[in-house]
Design a protein around this ligand. Structure first.
Ligand code: AVI
Length: 366
């Protein structure tokens, strides 16, 4: 995600009979990805053409990562999570399974657990299992722009019949605001634990990540906590392999963006004339995904009312995945009013789960 981009960047899923559908202000935050083509058409189709026209005429050329997640893109992302080279999901599940009770330790009961953009709910379920086993009285609030994602997560969490689950189909900011207002209206006691997992923070550029953390902190009361799953800097060969796997699943995930533009905007991208590239940019601490034009060519995109010329070797920048140092993450939280409660690091996969407490009286600066 580039500077100034919206804070939600991805996700599949959900429609529930109890869905709290709040109309989001996309002009402020931008539309999120959508879980199905029909959702995409309804919610972001009008915006896709404008974004594509602007971003492919920019220098360097780019496409926004949220458009990676149409129905097929979401399935390909699920497949990526199973790849041997992509260890984020397995590592995080292991840390959450092992440390769930510690993540919620010392928080006041009943505990409101809020998951932001949680996908299918599997990681949240692991966290909840540990908290239930520790005897914590729970209620759950799911915040996602995708109805499909919310429905899947609600289905996953049906295995906890005693836990009340409320979905909010909206942006993170609006969802946290709704939940904060409900806590006040209901005079709801207890703490709030906000989960932002899957290294989704890595798809926010540094200024967007700061804005995100500041926004979360702004909704906290004293004693509330954030749990953040974050991929860490590791050897370049491992980083590149995770985003350029031998099976070519990540390449398909990236190139599917062009398939989407062909389908939704009538473009004539020839997929054989573009190659997937994953590059470690050490200076910016991010893995960049690109689609490189293998020859000089012009692509027409009637639905965006433009034609785009590519030089041989010129690329479209489609995603950034920022990687953190564990100590720098703690320092960033401290600067923004979020004090380290605890941090668990998988030294093998280089992945961290960090729990931050709201610091009394300090709300942070973005
Ligand atoms: C969703 N997000 C955290 C993934 C990542 O690792 O940046 C998306 C992804 N892109 C390619 N592989 C996975």
């Amino acid at each position: 995600m580039q500077s100034g981009e919206p804070l939600e960047s991805r996700r599949p899923l959900a429609a529930s009979s109890t869905l709290n559908h709040r109309t989001a202000d996309w002009s402020a935050q931008g539309p999120p990805d959508m879980g199905t083509s029909s959702e995409a058409a309804l919610s972001s189709g009008y915006r896709l053409a404008d974004d594509v026209r602007r971003d492919l005429q920019a220098s360097p050329k780019r496409l926004q990562p949220r458009y990676l997640y149409d129905a097929l893109g979401s399935q390909l992302f699920e497949a990526i999570c199973e790849l041997p080279e992509y260890r984020i999901t397995r590592s995080e599940l292991h840390l959450l399974t092992t440390h769930a009770a510690a993540i919620g330790a010392g928080m006041s009961s009943p505990l409101t657990v809020v998951e932001l953009g949680g996908g299918n709910g599997e990681k949240l379920a692991v966290l909840l299992s540990g908290l239930v086993d520790a005897g914590v009285d729970l209620r759950v609030e799911l915040v996602d722009v995708s109805a499909t994602a919310l429905e899947l997560a609600a289905r996953t969490l049906a295995r906890f019949p005693a836990i009340r689950v409320t979905p909010h189909q909206t942006t993170y900011e609006a969802g946290l605001q709704d939940i904060g207002e409900q806590r006040i209206a209901e005079v709801r006691p207890g703490g709030m634990l906000v989960a932002f997992l899957g290294s989704n923070i890595g798809n926010l550029d540094p200024s967007a990540a700061r804005r995100f953390l500041t926004m979360v902190r702004g909704g906290f009361r004293s004693g509330d906590r954030l749990v953040l799953g974050t991929d860490l800097v590791k050897p370049e060969s491992e980083l590149v392999a995770a985003y350029d796997d031998v099976l070519g699943v990540t390449a398909a995930f990236n190139k599917n963006l062009l398939v989407r533009l062909n389908r939704e905007l009538g473009a004539n991208f020839d997929l054989d004339r573009f190659a997937h590239r994953a590059v470690w940019n050490a200076a910016e601490s991010r893995v960049e995904m690109h689609l490189e034009s293998l020859r000089a060519q012009t692509v027409s995109i009637p639905g965006a009312d433009c034609a785009v010329a590519f030089a041989a070797g010129e690329s479209i920048w489609t995603e950034s995945s920022y990687k953190y140092e564990s100590a720098a993450l703690v320092a960033l939280g401290a600067e923004l009013g979020l004090a380290r409660h605890d941090q668990w690091v998988d030294e093998d996969a280089h992945f961290a789960v960090t729990a931050f407490n709201a610091v009394e009286g300090l709300r942070g600066q973005s």
